[in-house]
Ligand binder design. Sequence first.
Ligand code: NAD
Length: 474
Amino acid sequence: MRNYLKHYINGEWVESTGSETMEVLNPATEEVLGHISLGTKEDLDRAVKAARNAFPAFAQTSKEYRIELLEKIADEYEKRKNELVEIITEELGAPLKLSENYHYILGYAHFKKAAEILRNYSFIEKRGNSTIIKEPIGVCGLITPWNFPTNQPSTKIASALAAGCTMVMKPAEITPYAAMMLADIFEAAGLPNGVFNLVNGAGDVIGNAISSHPNIDFVSFTGSNVAGRKVMENASKDIKKVALELGGKSPLIVLKDADVAKAAKTAVTNISTNSGQACIAATRVIVPREMKAEFEGKVKELVAELAVGDPKQDNEVGPVVSKKQWDRIQGYIQIGVDEGATILTGGKGKPEGLNQGYFVKPTVFTDVRNDMTIAQDEIFGPVTTIITYDSLDEAIEIANDTVYGLAGYVVGEDPEALKMAALGIRAGIVIVNDAPFDFSAPFGGFKQSGIGREWGDFGIEEYLEPKAVMGIQS
Ligand code: NAD
């Protein structure tokens, strides 16, 4: 039983000032994994004070020092590989292979990439008669969601450290343990006291307190649009800068010359990976009308081959994270049926033989119109929709007919058509023919998918304020 009831403040694990605790469940078994404390406003104030006190010295550290620190963190992170993989699987329900080859790796990559970028990064630039100095923005509030328990904390923390900022993080309360392990990793790497602080707690208490705290200079939030709006509203009181990485309803355009089997694989991988709980998951598959029947056949075949089950066994799809998410997904499947879409495979209820745990049948809807709720709302589960098109212009129009703009995908052969689709999609990230992630590229969304960017130098610059000094020559 992991009864981790302390917060990490000023370089040590300290008791909560409140007495409220929360159960953390294993979504695959519905059993209690442990407990955390739900922090109070006083806990947060203490953490902000520690970060504020640590800021002047940390902001003055050299680039070389921070490169070394990020490298040491990556080394310590590597040493904890087995523990991290195990806890990600237990708290999120991600299959072991996914925890190891995806979640664990993503967390590691951001620390390494930040160090690499810093090597060639200059915090001072000459322009006209000005010297532009990029200064750390100050104390940062980091609020992270449950779907990527190491990736999302790591990308924010690595950028903040690279920039010379200090921080207070509130991880998602339902997957707190991998994030808590990061605090031990930082300590082992020799991070000075107060630079990183962690307070566990509820979104409407600690999350709210972070976004409205007068001594926090910048909030980086990843999660739902509902909470993102609240963060922005609270932050507006002090004109606090915010970066928001919110939802998506990303399109996958299948070109007319695409290999049907490969395209179907891309579509299915998008809902099987992390049980479809990814902000960049493609969940509107836009296929040529003449390809529909063949595409549906291939998708059905691939979904039937998916091994859904115990994430500690050799399965590809685990449960979704919570009862709340399970209920929400079931609700959307019902809405899809009510609105007249056809279930190609899957549907409501649990997969056969999986009565314990929040398992969802991978579900594909076809005969979907883009104005249906299931094509407009982010469902955040293993559910996708097939929509047909006649011309590429129409496909691009459908792709962009959404309030979101986080990611887009294109598969096919003709270079001109690939380019036209990729450039036509209004989104922050476009992935052509399953290209691998590039951590040096910016990650973030257009439209209601958010504000600001993570990853690479774009990510680091969110944590910097450019200061223009005119009239000084050196
Ligand atoms: P959420 O937005 O409520 O939670 C994400 C984080 O924000 C958590 O740490 C939570 O404690 C915190 N939070 C909640 N309310 C807050 C507030 N008022 N102020 C500040 N922080 C707050 O997400 P959820 O309820 O766990 O999931 C609901 C939906 O959000 C999902 O179905 C999905 O659509 C979306 N979601 C998106 C992402 C993403 O990566 N874009 C991640 C998780 C969830």
